[in-house]
Design a protein around this ligand. Structure first.
Ligand code: G3P
Length: 215
């Protein structure tokens, strides 16, 4: 299973990369705004900075919602760095854009996916990744993990190669359950990745070992 970090914060991306378990990065306009990255030039430079920290795929989202605009923005993003994946919203124009980029050999991430039907269409268009937002489904009393199960089943039924990128991951159990179901990727905040390391018996066991080592 691949771990992506879901942030535009360079320090957190470096910290995750230094742990040696990071496979990529996802960003979105809200995460860029959270870091105070403004203006087209600064935004493009920030994506390059991220690519220079990590070795895997880096999702960069288009802002346009019309086909021509998405193609223009996506081509500019893809030219920035070979690691860039063009992130495109799950709308009709977006599906057309994903198909276009797939035919040109440019990687895509279909974002804002909340149903199995949306995931099926994204796969048919050839998306490299599909991003179901499991935490936001949980927020509205709908089981986000059931969606991951449904997408896994559908993709396996037909051999779709689109990778399931579980997004809006809020806690370590989301990651564990996604791993059990067979999601290809989980993208999470740094705090959720580091929470996987924690167990009170590890802490108490280590304290005992260190105390005994002094005897
Ligand atoms: O990858 C999508 C993610 O950034 C959304 O997360 O916590 O805003 O629902 P959240």
């Amino acid at each position: 299973m691949k771990f992506f970090i879901d942030t535009a914060n360079l320090a957190q991306i470096k910290e995750a990369q230094d742990m040696g378990v990071l496979d990529g990065v996802t960003t979105n306009p809200s995460l860029m705004a959270k870091e105070g990255i403004k203006g087209q030039d600064n935004i493009l430079k920030h994506y390059v900075d991220i690519c220079n920290i990590v070795t895997g795929d880096v999702s960069a989202e288009v802002i346009a919602t019309d086909f021509d605009g998405m193609i223009r923005e996506g081509e500019a993003l893809a030219e920035l760095h070979p690691q860039i994946v063009v992130k495109i919203p799950m709308i009709k124009e977006g599906i057309k854009a994903i198909k276009y980029f797939t035919e040109k050999g440019i990687k895509t991430n279909c974002t804002l996916v909340f149903s199995a039907g949306q995931a099926l269409v994204a796969a048919k268009a050839g998306a490299t990744y599909v991003s179901p937002f499991i935490g936001r489904l949980d927020d509205v009393s709908t089981d986000g993990l059931s969606l991951i199960e449904d997408i896994r089943l559908i993709y396996d039924n037909f051999g779709y190669e689109t990778q399931i990128l579980a997004a809006s991951v809020r806690h370590p159990m989301h990651i564990i359950e996604c791993a059990k179901i067979g999601a290809d990727v989980a993208t999470c905040p740094l705090s959720v990745i580091t929470a996987l390391l924690k167990h009170p018996l590890t802490d108490s066991g280590l304290a005992t070992f260190l105390a005994d080592a002094k005897k």
